[in-house]
Design a protein around this ligand. Structure first.
Ligand code: TYM
Length: 324
């Protein structure tokens, strides 16, 4: 089965990215054809400094490898080095409509914060490029966090629309979210998603262990003193329970049962330990990879292998619509 996912190199990766996506990729690589990419064209949809984008890109490759992706078993590549993404985008933009694009949650959230006269077309058309990424590899499974489900759903609409017109040309993808941790919340405000932008509430994957511990220990908790999973009334504690359960690969109910008698302080300590147990060795692998030439080698090889597969689909689509 073909599996595809990507992450935008727009900033420092968070524990949310790690739990909701990065950490889940390696499980697919033994039995599937796995394509994992750096969504660098998507990173341009909001203003970003060239040097920052470059260093984030290198970082992300090192994170992929540190998370256990084996470049011999899967294809790791940069979106911009496979020109088929942009070419397919030019074709598929005719199969999504402005009305449906304007209703996308991510677009609405991001564009609301912007000067309404300076919203880039790329931000608006973001789902078309994402749909191109997905269908280009005949991907059946798309592992993502909860906030990206809507983008996979609109890809499914596009596939239906395209196939209804031309026959069974595009493969229907499906989003796959992790059971525990598809939406990790900010530690400083557990009613909003952990994102790449809030220094205090976000745990960054390259924060030092002491900073990570400190951020978790000062996470906002809720009134009362019971460690209980109740996202509505206890969003802070529920978020920490989710993080703990994800890191320990157990269910939330199981996690809850570990802390029946615990006080908030001891519970937080255990959450920090669970995170550090996995993240510290991950960070060590990341650092040594970043200082080697592996990043460049992986990207070079990945571009060739991804292009081969992508061009087959692109040609199929071009032929179908009458371009060849
Ligand atoms: P991006 O870079 O915003 O996020 C990367 C992945 O991390 C997940 N994620 C989270 N999961 C749990 N809790 C959170 N707080 C959290 N924050 C982020 C996201 O859901 C995502 O899976 N559009 C994509 C990149 C992309 C892509 C694709 C993904 C471009 N083309 C094709 C899959 C297939 C994005 O911006 O992810």
């Amino acid at each position: 089965m073909r599996v595809l996912s990507g992450i935008k190199p727009t900033g420092r990766l968070t524990l949310g990215n790690y739990i909701g996506s990065l950490r889940n990729f390696k499980a697919f690589q033994n039995e599937n054809e796995v394509f994992i990419f750096i969504a660098d064209l998507h990173a341009l949809t909001l203003p970003i400094e060239p040097d920052f984008l470059r260093s984030n890109t290198r970082d992300l490759v090192a994170f992929y490898l540190a998370a256990g992706l084996d470049p011999k078993k899967c294809v790791i590549f940069k979106q911009s080095s496979v020109s088929a993404h942009a070419e397919l985008n030019a074709i598929l933009q005719n199969f999504l409509y402005m009305g449906e694009l304007s209703r996308m949650t991510q677009f609405k959230d991001q564009s609301l914060k912007m000067d309404q006269n300076a919203i880039g077309l790329g931000l608006f058309a973001y789902p078309v490029l994402m749909a191109s990424d997905i269908v280009l590899y005949d991907s059946k499974v798309v592992p993502v966090g909860e906030d990206q489900i809507q983008h996979v759903e609109i890809t499914r609409d596009l596939v239906n629309r395209f196939n209804n017109r031309y026959g069974k040309i595009l493969v229907m993808p499906e989003a796959k979210v992790t059971k525990v941790g598809a939406r990790i919340m900010s530690l400083s405000d557990p009613t909003v998603k952990m994102s790449k932008s809030n220094e205090k509430g976000d745990v960054y994957l390259n924060d030092s262990p002491s900073v990570i511990r400190k951020k978790i220990m000062s996470a906002v908790t809720d009134s009362g003193n019971e460690v209980k999973f109740d996202p509505e009334n206890k969003p802070g504690i529920s978020n920490l329970l989710t993080i703990y359960a994800a890191m320990k690969n157990i269910s939330i109910i199981e996690a809850e049962s570990h802390f029946k008698e615990s006080r908030y302080g001891d519970f937080k300590k255990a959450v920090a330990e669970a995170v550090l147990e996995e993240i510290v060795p991950f960070q060590e692998r990341y650092k040594s990879i970043l200082n080697s030439s592996l990043v460049e080698e992986v990207l070079e090889d990945g571009a060739i292998r991804a292009s081969k597969v992508a061009n087959i689909t692109l040609n199929r689509v071009k032929k179908t619509v009458g371009l060849l």
